[in-house]
Design a protein around this ligand. Structure first.
Ligand code: GTP
Ligand code: 5AD
Ligand code: SF4
Length: 347
């Protein structure tokens, strides 16, 4: 495949283009957030099976050829992958990729922010579920809140703009912090986004009662701040944005009560090269096998196009239509196939 070959933009059976790829660079994490990794023990992907930076870069080239323009590095915790800045520097020169972002828990960001920015990373999204160190400890069962705050400050110092702070809101756990988090975001030039607790695989403690819906979030914020105005936007991004009366912007990702499947242009690659067309997909496509067997880039692009062209996934909408909703995948199944886990396929 030549670097000037035309892009063959592919669409799925619901007319959705393949524009965004989430690359999980490791399944390991240094936190154990209760909404994502509530268990004591996990089955990890064997290290020898992880794609090398060269292999990841090659797959990014192939995906860019079929239309991907946005790459998001995720994990597990992506900053646990050694020398991640090198991968960023390898992807950044690709002229077809116009956005490289990172989703991180922030614990290791203070050390790495400047190097990542220099390597060509465009944006960072940092998880910040609480402003209270004691609560942080209870929610993540590891880690140091102060290091996350230092990571947020370092991102700003390193010159990142468009930084987002993601907070998964769990009723009875951190739902009293909506206003506090908005104020924090305002003070740190970052946009706060509230995420409805999702019943993704791995969220074995999920129950409908623990979800604070977008409607309820807005109602509580209106009580505090007055009228909230939705921004008019037409994008494939999962977050809807809103303005407070003073112009402060925040977002809500309502994947549980109002899924964005009809606009979903994203897919995800696990650190060992399994490609999933949907966050909720229970089976994926092994790309590492053909890659290591010497498949040409055109052959890989054709395989990806064929699979995307047949895509009908709308996992979150399907979950929403279930009458009795509990954990999506049982603990037994998760132990048998760790690829189902949210922390393996990229949060
Ligand atoms: P940008 O729009 O590029 O800033 O990224 P993003 O909005 O995709 O952000 P991010 O990666 O931080 O994802 C935020 C949250 O959206 C995740 O933590 C999930 O809760 C939710 N989300 C991300 N990807 C998916 C997906 O594929 N399906 C669904 N239903 N929800 C998702
Ligand atoms: N519900 C919503 N978001 C989740 N994440 C992980 N688990 C869940 C869940 N059950 C997302 C969060 C976190 C990112 C890594 O993955 O946004 O910040
Ligand atoms: Fe896309 Fe699947 Fe998430 Fe729906 S559930 S938004 S189709 S990845």
């Amino acid at each position: 495949m030549r670097s000037d070959s035309p892009i063959i933009a592919v669409r799925d059976l619901l007319g959705r283009p393949l524009e965004s790829l989430r690359l999980s660079v490791t399944d390991r994490c240094n936190l154990r957030c209760l909404y994502c990794m509530p268990e004591e023990d996990y089955t990890w992907l064997p290290r020898a099976e992880l794609l090398t930076f060269e292999e990841l870069t090659r797959l990014v080239e192939v995906f860019a050829f079929v239309g991907v323009r946005k790459i998001r590095l995720t994990g597990g915790e992506p900053l646990l992958r050694h020398d991640l800045h090198e991968l960023v520097a390898m992807i950044a020169p690709n002229p077809r990729v116009d956005d490289i972002a990172l989703t991180t828990n922030g614990v290791l960001l203070a050390e790495q922010a400047a190097g990542l920015r220099k390597a060509g990373l465009h944006r960072v999204t940092i998880s910040l579920d609480t402003l209270r160190p004691d609560r942080f400890h209870a929610m993540t069962r590891r880690g140091d809140h102060a290091r996350v705050l230092a990571g947020i400050a370092a991102a700003q110092r390193a010159g990142f703009t468009g930084t987002k702070l993601d907070a998964v809101i769990v009723r009875g756990v951190n739902d009293d912090e909506l206003a506090g988090l908005i104020e924090f975001g305002r003070a740190h030039a970052a946009e706060v986004r509230f995420i409805e607790y999702m019943d993704v695989a791995g969220a074995t403690q999920w129950s409908p009662e623990r979800v604070l819906s977008r409607a309820e979030m807005l109602q509580r914020l209106e009580q505090r701040y007055g009228k909230i105005t939705p921004a008019r936007e037409d994008s494939a991004a999962p977050a809807e944005r809103f303005f407070l009366p003073d112009g402060t912007v925040f977002g809500i990702i309502a994947s549980t009560t109002a899924p964005f499947c009809s606009r979903c242009n994203r897919s995800r690659l696990t650190a060992d090269g399994q490609w999933y067309r949907c966050l909720y997909a229970t089976s994926g496509t092994d790309l590492r096998g053909p890659l290591r067997a010497g498949a040409s880039s055109s052959a890989l692009a054709e395989q990806i196009s064929a699979i995307w062209s047949a895509r009908t996934d709308r996992g979150a909408e399907q979950r929403k239509s279930e009458r009795f909703r509990g954990a999506f995948v049982s603990l037994d199944e998760l132990q048998r196939d760790p690829h189902l886990e949210m922390h393996t396929r990229g949060g």
